[in-house]
Design a binder for this molecule. Sequence first.
Ligand code: CA2
Length: 159
Amino acid sequence: MNPSQASQEVPGTRRISLLSGPNLNLLGERQPEVYGHRSLADLVAAAEDEATRHDLTLEHLQSNHEGDLVEAIHAARGAVAGVIINAGAFTHYSWAIHDALASFEGPVIELHISNPAAREEFRRQSVVGPVATAVIAGLGAQGYPLAVRAMAGLLDPTG
Ligand code: CA2
């Protein structure tokens, strides 16, 4: 991209949001056999590195509270180009997050460290999936930079 193209860019088109739901702040502390040994900070750092490679700015929020995530999705409207969300256990029952994501105009990537489809019955339903553009699950920590790379592809107008 040359400087004149950059200056004509619509504000927010190079910003993406990464949202992390409940208990993801505990990553690396327990259940490493399911979620690996890396902390959420490690996963976010890997996602940020990948975002930089694609000239994207990644903004991350983790919350254990459903309303915080709903408000973050509202704030994303018109402000960021895409949303990557690991909604944690809210994935399986939060219709409030489903409805908020349905109001977001850009691409949404549902992200999971584990593969919920291969786990307990209650994890096999996702209410995020029906409003997601794509799903990345079961790839562990590498899912985070992969999701950013996939988002860069979805946002590429020439792609
Ligand atoms: O695999 C994923 O990324 C999940 O979204 C993780 C959620 C789980 O409820 C989803 O079904 C799948 C759990 C978040 C992390 O929970 C921890 C609990 C204890 C220790 C470390 C993490």
